[in-house]
Design a protein around this ligand. Structure first.
Ligand code: CA
Ligand code: CA
Length: 848
C-alpha cells in the first residue's frame, strides 16, 4: 500500500473478497494482542518468563536454530513473529492464477524433526528441519505456522483498545479472555505480560548514572499469567491457567475464560474447574450457540467442533463462501471468576492431536524415484524432474509414493506430490548436489544416487561496466547513471528530469570491446522516461563517431539492438530523441561483448589488453590498405574486421597508425595540444610528359606533433610514382617512416600514403618547413591535380586534418617581408633532392 496510484489505500477499497480477507486478518490481529504485547515486552528487555528476553518481535531464522541453512539468505522471506508463530508471507508471483491464488516455495521450518509446526489455517502438521514447497497459498492465505505445544493468549475480536460502551460497542473487553492450546505431546508453557497498555514509568532521571541503561527502565506495574499444558502417555491432557499475579491501575481480575484446544478427535471426558470447584457442563450444538450462551456461576459451556470454519465473513459477501476448514477444536467457556484467586484447569481424557505425519522410518516397499534429471537451468535456477513412484512397478509388494523429498546440498526439501521442482535463487554458475526419495504414510524410501547440476554463468559476464558515465542533463532525485550499470533489473532506476530529449549519456568503457548487442531495459511499467527513439553513437578514439537511430514501441519489454559481428567501441553516447514525458529512465543499459573476448587497448591490431610488439609486427598487414578494389576484401579482413580505421575514412592512414605506434614501449609520456597545419605542395603547377616533380609535405607552425602524414592521390593516367622517392626531413628523423605508395587501384586514383609516427616516448615535432617529400613522373601533359588530406596528431590523439580538392593552392605561409614570420622566428629549413642544403630561402623560392 505505497503512496502511488489512483485509489484510496484502505482495506475495503477493492471490495469483496479483499475487504473480507483484510477484515479476517485485522480481527485476528486484535485477538492476538495479549500475545503481541507480551512479545513486545520481551523485545523491550523485560523478562516475561518466556526465555526470549531481548529478542525482537520479528525474528530471523538464525535466532531460532543455528543451522547454516537458517543463517543463509534462503530464509530471508520468512520470520518468526514472537515465540510461537512462523510467517512465510507470499512475496512473489510463483504460479499465481488470475485470481491471485498461488503456491509458496522455500518455507523453511526451523528446528529438528521433533519440532512440529502446525499450519494455522488447516491444522496440518509438519516436522521441522525441512523446506516446504508447493505450499498451497490461495489469495486469502498467509502461510502461517504455529509451533507445536504453543499456547496463545487472546482477547475476543475488537475494533479498538478502548473499553466497550454504548458508543463504542466494538471496543476491547479485557474481562473476556481466550486461550488457544496447540498441544501435541509433552509439555507447553507460556506467560503473558499485561499492563494498562498506556503508560511507561521511569523512576530515574538524568541525574542518575543508571539513567537510560538497559536494566534501569521501568515499564510500571503489570500482571503476569502463566499457562501450561501437559499431555500424558495415557492420553490424559491437562490445560492450566495459573492464578494471575501483580496488578496495575484499572486492572479487573474478574475474567470469563474460554479454552480452545486443538484435537484430532473428540476427547472421552472433559473436566473444567475454577480453582477447586468443578464446573457443571452445558452442552451446545453449534459454534453460534456456544458464542451466545454465557455460563452461570459454577457452569462451563462446552462445544466440540469437528470441522471449524475460520472464515467469519458476513454472509452478504462472496468471501463468506470460502470455507477455511481446519482440524477439530474443543471449546470450553468457563464461568467468570476472580483469576487472581483461582487457577482454571481443563482436564481431558482420550486426548489426541495427531497430525498423521509420515512415519519417520525407512519403508522397504517404497522405491527411490528414478531418472532425477536437470531439465533446464538458468543463471539462478535449476529445474529438476524425476519419475513417479507407483505401486507394483518393481515388485508386487511395492507401494506408491504420496510425496517426495529432495536432499539439496544436505537440506531436505519437501515438494509435496509433485515430481518436479525448480531450485531457485542460486549463485551464478554454482554447482549443487541433489538426491530424491519417496514418502508415504509408512515411511520413506532410500535416497536416489547423488547427482550434481550447475546453474548457468553470470548473464552479465559479457556486459562490462563503463569506467565513466556522464549525463549532460538533470536528474530526477538522486537517480544517477550508475543505477543503469549495476547489473540489476529492478525499480532502482537511472532517471533524468523531464528535459532529457537531445541530451547525451556519454560512456567510456576504459578499453575497447568487441560489442555485438545493446540492450535497453526500460522501467517495469513503461512509464515516464521510457525511450521510444534513441540515437546511439559509438567511437573507438573519442573523436570519430558512428551513429544509428533506433525506434521502439512504448513498452517495458527489453529493447535489443544487434551491433553486428565486427563491431568494436570504447566510447558510447546515448541520446533520447523521443520518450514518455521527455524523461530518460533505464533499469539497465547493457552493451554485451562477444563471449570469450576481453577489453583491449585501442591500437592493438590483435585486440590484446595492451599494445605490444606483436601489433607492431603486424602493421605491415594494414598500412596503406584502402577500401577500394582490388584491395577492398583485404581492407575488410585486415582493417574493418579489426576495427582499426579509427577515423572511418576507408584508409589505414597515419592517424590510425599513431594509436599503435604511440603506445609501444610503455607509451608516450609527452603532453601538449596539437597545433599548426600541413600542406601538400608540388614543385610545379603544370607538367609535360617526362617531367619529374617533387611533392613536399610542408609544416606551418606545427606544435606538438607526435605523428604526421598525408594521403596524396594522383591519377595514374597522368603520373607514375617514382619508386623509392619518399624522403624524410631530418627534423622528423625521430619518427618512424611507415609511408607507402599503392598504385594499382582499378579506379585510376593512386595513393601515396605518407606516414611518420613516433614509436613510444619520443620528442614531439615543433616547427615549420618541409618535413617529407616524394616524386612523380608525368605520363601526360597537363595541370598538376593532387587531391590530398593531411594529418597532424598530438600525443593525446588530438589532431588537425586538412583536405584539399587537388587544385594546387599554396598554403598561407609566411611572407618574407613579414618580420614575425622570418626564418629565425620559424627555424624553417627545407631540403630535397634538388636543394640538398637550405640557406633559408628555399621556402621563398618554392612559393613564388
Ligand atoms: Ca539497474
Ligand atoms: Ca583511417
Amino acid at each position: 500500500m505505497d503512496g502511488w496510484g489512483n485509489l484510496v489505500k484502505s482495506p475495503y477499497t477493492s471490495g469483496d473478497p479483499y475487504t473480507g480477507i483484510s477484515r479476517m486478518y485485522l480481527k485476528f490481529k486484535s485477538q492476538l494482542m495479549p500475545y503481541i504485547y507480551t512479545s513486545a515486552a520481551s523485545a523491550s528487555n523485560i523478562d516475561t518468563g518466556n526465555g526470549d528476553e531481548g529478542l525482537p518481535m520479528i525474528r530471523a531464522m538464525f535466532l531460532y536454530d543455528d543451522s547454516d541453512y537458517a543463517a543463509s539468505t534462503a530464509t530471508q522471506y520468512q520470520y518468526l513473529f514472537g515465540d510461537s508463530f512462523l510467517v512465510a508471507l507470499v512475496y512473489q508471483d510463483t504460479a499465481a492464477d488470475d485470481a491471485g491464488n498461488d503456491i509458496r516455495n522455500n518455507i523453511y521450518l526451523p528446528g529438528d524433526a521433533d519440532q512440529v509446526w502446525i499450519d494455522y489455517f488447516t491444522g496440518e502438521q509438519y516436522s521441522g528441519g525441512q523446506v516446504l514447497n508447493n505450499f498451497d497459498a490461495p489469495l486469502w492465505k498467509l502461510p502461517l505456522f504455529v509451533k507445536g505445544n504453543a499456547i496463545i493468549p487472546m482477547y475476543e475480536p475488537n475494533n479498538n483498545p478502548v473499553v466497550p460502551s454504548d458508543t463504542n460497542p466494538e471496543g476491547l473487553d479485557k474481562t473476556r479472555r481466550t486461550t488457544e492450546f496447540f498441544a501435541i505431546a509433552g509439555d507447553g508453557s507460556y506467560t503473558s505480560y499485561e499492563d494498562d497498555g498506556a503508560s511507561i514509568k521511569n523512576d530515574t532521571d538524568e541525574s542518575d548514572g543508571a539513567y537510560g541503561t538497559i536494566d534501569n527502565i521501568s515499564y510500571g506495574d503489570h500482571v503476569s499469567t502463566s499457562y501450561s499444558s501437559h499431555v500424558g502417555e495415557d492420553g490424559t491432557a491437562t490445560f492450566t491457567i495459573d492464578a494471575s499475579t501483580g496488578g496495575y491501575d484499572g486492572y479487573d481480575s474478574n475474567r470469563a475464560s474460554t479454552f480452545v484446544v486443538n484435537v484430532s478427535q473428540e476427547p472421552d471426558t472433559i473436566v473444567a474447574r475454577n480453582g477447586d470447584a468443578e464446573l457443571t457442563q452445558i452442552a451446545v450444538s453449534s459454534k453460534d450457540e456456544f458464542d451466545a450462551v454465557e455460563p452461570a456461576a459454577s457452569e462451563a459451556v462446552v462445544f466440540y467442533d469437528e470441522a471449524p470454519n475460520l472464515n467469519a465473513t458476513p454472509s452478504d459477501e462472496d468471501f463468506s463462501n470460502t470455507e477455511i476448514t481446519t482440524t477439530p477444536k474443543l471449546y470450553v467457556k468457563f464461568a467468570m471468576t476472580d483469576v487472581q484467586q483461582n487457577a482454571q484447569i481443563l482436564t481431558l481424557t482420550g486426548f489426541v492431536n495427531d497430525g498423521e505425519i509420515s512415519a519417520d522410518t525407512l519403508n522397504e516397499h517404497l522405491d527411490a524415484p528414478e531418472n532425477l534429471t536437470d531439465t533446464s537451468s538458468t543463471p539462478t535456477s535449476i529445474s529438476l524432474a524425476w519419475d513417479e513412484v507407483r505401486a507394483g512397478e518393481s515388485d508386487e509388494n511395492s507401494e506408491s509414493a504420496t510425496s517426495y523429498e529432495l536432499l539439496i546440498d544436505g537440506q531436505i526439501f519437501n515438494v509435496g506430490s509433485a515430481t518436479d521442482f525448480v531450485h531457485e535463487d542460486l549463485a551464478y554458475n554454482s554447482t549443487h548436489t541433489y538426491q530424491v526419495r519417496a514418502r508415504n504414510a509408512n515411511g520413506y524410501s532410500v535416497w536416489s544416487p547423488e547427482q550434481s547440476f550447475a546453474s548457468k554463468p553470470d548473464p552479465w559476464r559479457n556486459a562490462p561496466v563503463p569506467v565513466a558515465a556522464d549525463w549532460d542533463g538533470g536528474y530526477y532525485s538522486n537517480s544517477v547513471e550508475s543505477r543503469a550499470f549495476d547489473h540489476s533489473v529492478d525499480d532502482n532506476l537511472f532517471h533524468t528530469d523531464s528535459n532529457a530529449i537531445d541530451h547525451a549519456l556519454t560512456l567510456d568503457y576504459g578499453s575497447a570491446y568487441e560489442f555485438n548487442t545493446f540492450e535497453y531495459y526500460p522501467r517495469a511499467n513503461a512509464g515516464n522516461g521510457t525511450v521510444t527513439k534513441m540515437k546511439i553513437e559509438t567511437s573507438l578514439d573519442g573523436n570519430h563517431w558512428a551513429e544509428q537511430t533506433v525506434e521502439w514501441e512504448k513498452s517495458s519489454d527489453v529493447k535489443t539492438v544487434d551491433l553486428g559481428t565486427h563491431f568494436s567501441s570504447r566510447y558510447v553516447k546515448l541520446t533520447p530523441l523521443a520518450s514518455v514525458g521527455g524523461y530518460f529512465s533505464a533499469s539497465e543499459l547493457a552493451f554485451y561483448k562477444k563471449d570469450g573476448t576481453s577489453g583491449y587497448e585501442v591500437g592493438s591490431l590483435d585486440h590484446h589488453e595492451s599494445v605490444t610488439d606483436t601489433d607492431y609486427g603486424n602493421l605491415s598487414q594494414v598500412i596503406g590498405k584502402e577500401n577500394r578494389d582490388p584491395h577492398a576484401d583485404d581492407f575488410k579482413t585486415n582493417v574493418s574486421n579489426r576495427s582499426v580505421d579509427f577515423n572511418g575514412n576507408g584508409v589505414y592512414d597515419v592517424y590510425d597508425l599513431s594509436f599503435t605506434m604511440t603506445k609501444l614501449d610503455g607509451g608516450t609520456q609527452k603532453k601538449g595540444e596539437i597545433g599548426g597545419e600541413l600542406a601538400v605542395i608540388p614543385s610545379s603547377t603544370a607538367v609535360k610528359v617526362g617531367d619529374v616533380i617533387t611533392v613536399d609535405l610542408y609544416a606551418d607552425g606545427v606544435q606538438n606533433a607526435n605523428a604526421l602524414g598525408a594521403l596524396v592521390n594522383f591519377n595514374s593516367s597522368q603520373f607514375e610514382f617514382v619508386a623509392g622517392s619518399v624522403a624524410q626531413s631530418p627534423h622528423i628523423s625521430g619518427m618512424e617512416n611507415r609511408s607507402i605508395a599503392v598504385t594499382d587501384f582499378t579506379d585510376g586514383m593512386q595513393t601515396v600514403n605518407l606516414a611518420f609516427a613516433n614509436r613510444g616516448d619520443k620528442a614531439l615535432y615543433n616547427g615549420s618547413g618541409m618535413v617529407a617529400s616524394f616524386q612523380l613522373r608525368a605520363k601526360a601533359d597537363g595541370d598538376v591535380a593532387l587531391p590530398s588530406t593531411t594529418y597532424l596528431v598530438g600525443p593525446g590523439f588530438d589532431y588537425v586534418e586538412d583536405s584539399s580538392d587537388g587544385s594546387v593552392e599554396f598554403p598561407d605561409v609566411p611572407e618574407p617581408t613579414a618580420a614575425e614570420y622570418a626564418q629565425d622566428a620559424f627555424d624553417i629549413t627545407m631540403t630535397n633532392d634538388e636543394r640538398t642544403t637550405d640557406d633559408g630561402t628555399n621556402v621563398t623560392k618554392l612559393i613564388q
